[in-house]
Write a protein that binds this ligand. Structure first.
Ligand code: SAH
Length: 253
């Protein structure tokens, strides 16, 4: 295939480049990586350390436990990634610059779709107590969280984000339709799935699904998706229905 433009590319800045590609090197994402449908660059933040101990962190100003990633080292690592990048359009300063962070905006499928449609992000992985605020400001890092819990580093979070993007890239998933019909794509959780055998421990596959009636199947799936979303994710359901709050919260009028 004569590629006229560079493939979608994730550049990861980390203290543990050996963690990559890790799980991104197998299955769907791994095959696509081998085929050149996307590219992964894991860069060692420590390569930008300047002192003879190659130190990347220091104690927090104001005191407290743990260590903080230094602004100067991290900024140098971001700038080095920028310079190393060939084409102007794939330079990190023309790409989303993300910092994985529990304080960030929660990652959503719509943000994943946006990121997958662009050139691919530069992603900074924090460690220890986090990173010096000044580099976040100076390099315009957008903080992204993968959930309300604290990991020991940003790498697993970065992998989650990259995996979610890569499966949406053209040619990565078997059928183009399989990305459009799943959880969150229409603000709904996905309907339950079944496959053979026809009966499992006394439970048959719901009759509608084996009826061959496509309109009935679509209606059944839609109803199941709506019921599941209402029951499990009243927040999603409310957002889908014009942002109004679930019934029990509307008492204030
Ligand atoms: N002291 C920080 C947590 C640091 S955890 C705080 O309380 O906010 C160390 C690193 O792990 C972070 O810098 C970040 O890069 C990553 N990390 C931890 N939890 C995360 C989450 N929920 N989403 C994304 N990244 C996370």
């Amino acid at each position: 295939m004569a590629a006229t433009h560079k493939p979608w590319r994730a550049t990861v800045l980390t203290l543990f480049p050996e963690m990559f590609p890790g799980p991104l090197g197998v299955s769907l994402a791994g095959k696509a990586l081998a085929l050149g449908l996307w590219a992964l660059e894991a860069r060692d933040i420590r390569d930008s350390a300047t002192d003879r101990h190659r130190s990347v962190d220091d104690t927090p100003a104001g005191g407290g436990p743990g260590m903080v990633l230094r602004a100067d080292v991290l900024a140098a690592a971001i700038d080095a990634a920028d310079i190393a990048s060939g084409q102007p359009e794939t330079r990190p300063n023309n790409r989303p610059r993300l910092l994985m962070s529990p304080r960030g905006r929660p990652l959503s499928q719509s943000q994943v779709m946006e990121l997958a449609a662009g050139p691919g992000p530069l992603i900074v992985c924090g460690r220890f107590e986090g990173v010096d605020q000044r580099v976040i400001t100076a390099r315009g890092l957008e903080e992204v969280s993968i959930g309300d819990y604290v990991l020991s580093g940003g790498e697993i979070a970065a992998m989650a984000l990259i995996d979610a993007c890569v499966r949406l890239l053209p040619g990565v998933m078997g059928k183009p339709a399989s990305g459009a019909d799943e959880s969150f794509s229409e603000g709904l959780l996905e309907y339950p799935q079944y496959t053979r055998p026809q009966e499992f421990e006394g439970q048959p596959i719901p009759e509608t699904l084996t009826s061959g009636d496509h309109a009935k199947i679509a209606a059944w799936r839609r109803a199941e998706a709506e019921a599941l979303t209402r029951a499990r994710r009243p927040d999603l359901w409310a957002a889908k229905n014009g942002g109004q709050k679930p019934p029990k919260d509307t008492t204030k009028g």
